[in-house]
Design a protein around this ligand. Structure first.
Ligand SMILES: [Zn+2]
Length: 109
């Protein structure tokens, strides 16, 4: 079981709300990490925002995903634009697709 995977400048983890990987930058310019690989805690809160055009829906979309990671549990804010808004759940395993180059959204503090 691997819920975070080291990558340049930090980690990636799978976000069940966005159904994609989010990149966690760790260090002076990013987030803090408690050193736990199995049940990690990061702070401060993560904010992921993305906008774009959906050819399927023929309209612009705006996504917002913000959450805390505490003890290996993702605690989503109520204003997330995905179905996990306001919910908490254990971090899922980093999917194999990461190794083959899946989409990664950068988390900003
Ligand atoms: Zn997300």
């Amino acid at each position: 079981m691997c819920v975070i995977r080291r990558t340049g400048g930090g980690f990636v983890h799978q976000c069940p709300g966005c159904n994609q990987l989010h990149w966690i930058v760790v260090g002076d310019d990013g987030h803090r990490w408690d050193g736990d690989l199995e049940r990690p805690t990061f702070w401060p809160k993560f904010q992921n925002m993305s906008t774009g055009y959906s050819p399927m829906d023929k309209q612009q979309f705006h996504r917002h995903c913000s959450y805390y990671i505490v003890g290996g549990v993702i605690q989503f804010d109520a204003d997330c634009t995905h179905p996990y808004a306001g919910k908490s759940m254990p971090m899922p395993e980093v999917p194999y697709t990461f190794l083959t180059g899946g989409p990664v959204a950068k988390a900003v503090a």
